[in-house]
Design a protein around this ligand. Structure first.
Ligand code: ADP
Length: 628
């Protein structure tokens, strides 16, 4: 192939533009990204060679070499990993297949600091080379292909790149950065490069080699020798004993695997022996990633087998509801050539998954139950970011239901956040044995629900459930420590022992007197309400909508409708407050009875966040009443 010029995919152009014009802080991370790509390429080769040892081409020692030429102002990152064919170079270095590019650019445009760190988070690390280079040359050959099928890829990081065939004896890749004049001074120094490698790449389990320097007395300066030295620790961090790893190292490792610029909330590092032998290093992030809601997204836990990287989205290792956890699991028992299918079935993996789930729940419990105010704040931070995801667990993980329920936090009529079921139970009134809840679209809507009035009056706490996932949670969680969960918008309110005799009697008398009006109301609303009945749950409002115990709540029906899914259309029940002035007017106002009845119903529907089927009819009725 002679030299060919290709245009970058539009997304790549945009990224390159941002990279070269926007990223000012943390420039040094380009080296981390390129070394990490080099190390991934070696991992890939090792993995492919499990089935085809010939790919090693008699050179099985995998390594990364970092060299520079101060005169030519070039910095080269070389690996003897899997390399790329011409097609692979064009597709891997000329297009971005991954989703998330748009989010990346939006973040960059929003971000004040223009932190280069962000780049790794979005899987476009290769392009970070253009932060410091005005030209990048990649020379590569795919392992297993003949030397004549080497490739040279060159680009100035603008609109296009060139590809040409070269002869390359060694498999693997050289990434050659032609540094900008103003960057060359900083990065073409052994000590500087060593310190960056130490900072970011110590945990990389391959040796990263650089030429040794020696003091030259004649020139009275350091000069490069032909000897090589390993400049990273080359020992996987998780494989080192806990006592030898500092908190700072754990934190730095977290940054590398998560690309999160904030430190994690908590981490745990253990060697587990038993049915299955493995090491776990798991982190709980402080901030939700942009794609948390994508249940198909890659898991955050990387799988290694005896230090060899196997895959980084091993969803079999963690339940879906813990998809925010980041870390590494290194198994001593799994076969190196384990496939995804095998992972799903393996009993060892099941044991690992159970063990890791318990660990993560344990970490969360120790934050939640801690006496320290700092930990409590951390738990609330966690809950705000990931609580809704953790709620998915109640239906997914039966074995841990009780532990999960204890970790849940809600808003209630007592506090806007942080109320646990245990707090609620502790505050229950004498004679109360039910946990009362209400679901709504927002905290404001929940607080304004007419159904809460009687509970407020009696000082009975109600949990306000306003996450989308709450309805779903309620369909899996019926009770907490023997106390049933009851929606105050479902069924008739029965405050049981909480209501005093005097009030009961009075309510019965009012209801009795209201009966004739009630019958007329039922007749007037027969096409809209399943039933009309008097209630004691209202104090200030004339009426409210409730659904029957087994029926789907109005809120859930709305959510389903929004999601484009049909919901069974069950008619609601209208409950009226017979003591309310508006309701009392009904009895003596034959002329306007019908209008008042419909307005009562429509307003109850509106108050509850619902939508009117026929808003025009409502407006006409109100207009008639107001102009009478
Ligand atoms: P990511 O590494 O997150 O996939 P990058 O933009 O850093 O994204 O790299 C794009 C792709 O280019 C990689 O997925 C890989 O296939 C290929 N690549 C980059 N560097 C190398 C290398 N040194 N050896 C082989 N392939 C590489």
């Amino acid at each position: 192939m002679t030299k060919q010029t290709h245009a970058f995919q539009a997304e790549v152009k945009q990224i390159l533009h941002l990279v070269t014009h926007s990223l000012y802080s943390n420039k040094e991370i380009f080296l981390r990204e390129l070394v990490s790509n080099a190390s991934d390429a070696c991992d890939k080769l090792r993995f492919e060679a499990l089935d085809n040892a010939a790919l090693y081409e008699d050179a099985p020692n995998l390594e990364v070499r970092v060299t520079f030429d101060a005169a030519a102002k070039t910095l080269t990152i070389r690996d003897n990993g899997v390399g790329m064919s011409a097609d692979e170079a064009a597709s891997h270095l000329g297009t971005i297949a991954k989703s998330g590019t748009r989010e990346f650019m939006a973040r960059l445009e929003g971000e004040q600091k223009k932190d280069a760190n962000l780049i790794g988070q979005f899987g476009v690390g290769f392009y970070s080379g253009f932060i410091v280079a005005d030209r990048i040359t990649v020379e590569t050959r795919r392992a297993g292909l003949p030397p004549e099928q080497g490739v040279r890829w060159t680009s100035e990081g603008t609109g296009e790149y060139e590809l040409e065939t070269i002869t390359r004896a060694e498999r693997g890749t050289d990434v050659i950065l032609h540094l900008r004049d103003d960057e060359a001074d900083e990065f073409l120094k052994t000590w500087r490069l060593k310190s960056i490698v130490g900072k970011y790449s110590d945990h990389i389990s391959l040796p990263i080699l650089m030429r040794k320097e020696q003091w030259d007395a004649e020139k009275s300066q350091q000069v490069l020798t032909d000897e090589w030295e390993t400049v990273n620790k080359a020992a996987a961090l998780w494989a080192r004993p806990k006592s030898e790893v500092t908190d700072a190292q754990y934190q730095e490792f977290y940054k590398q695997i998560s690309y999160d610029s904030e430190p994690p909330l908590a981490y745990t590092h253990n060697r587990v022996e038993g049915r299955s032998e493995y090491t776990q290093l798991l982190y709980i992030p402080a901030k939700a990633p942009f794609d948390l809601w994508n249940r198909d997204k890659r898991g955050g836990v990387k799988l290694y087998v005896k230090r060899v990287f196997i895959m980084d989205d091993a969803e079999a290792l963690m339940p879906v509801y813990l998809r925010f956890v980041k870390g590494v699991i290194d198994s001593a028992d799994l076969p190196l050539n384990v496939s995804r299918e095998l992972l799903q079935e393996s009993r060892d993996v099941k044991a690992i998954r159970e063990g890791c789930t318990k660990r993560v729940l344990g970490m969360l419990e120790s934050l939640a139950d801690s006496e320290s105010a700092d930990d409590k704040t951390k738990y609330q931070t966690f809950w705000n970011e990931f609580g809704a995801v953790l709620k998915e667990g109640i239906g997914e993980d039966h074995a841990n239901r009780d532990r999960l329920a204890k970790l849940y936090r809600f808003a209630s009529t007592h506090a806007d956040e942080g109320v646990s079921f245990a707090d609620y139970v502790q505050r229950m009134k004498e004679g109360q044995d039910t946990i009362y809840v209400i679901t709504a679209d927002s905290l404001a809507a929940a607080k304004a629900s007419p159904q809460l009035e009687i509970f407020r009056k009696k000082g009975i706490e109600v949990l306000l459930l306003v996450d989308r996932v709450d309805e779903w949670m309620l369909s899996h969680l019926y009770e907490f420590e023997g106390h049933a969960l009851q929606s105050v918008a479902k069924g008739a309110v029965d405050l049981g022992k909480l209501q005093d005799e005097e009030e009961k009697k009075q309510a019965e008398a009012t209801a009795e007197a209201f009966k004739p009006t009630l019958e007329r109301l039922k007749a007037a609303l027969k096409d809209r309400a399943k039933d009309v009945r008097t209630t004691t749950r209202l104090v200030d409002s004339p009426a409210c909508i409730v659904v029957e115990d087994g029926d789907m709540s109005a809120h859930l029906a709305r959510l389903l409708k929004q999601a484009g899914q049909g919901a069974p259309s069950t008619q609601p029940i209208l409950e009226v407050n017979a003591e309310h002035a508006l309701v009392r007017r009904l009895a003596g106002d034959d002329a306007r009875f019908d209008d008042l009845a419909h307005i009562l119903f429509d307003q109850a529907l509106l108050a509850e966040g619902g939508q009117l089927d026929d808003p025009a009819a409502y407006v006409q009725r109100v207009t008639r009443l107001l102009s009478a």
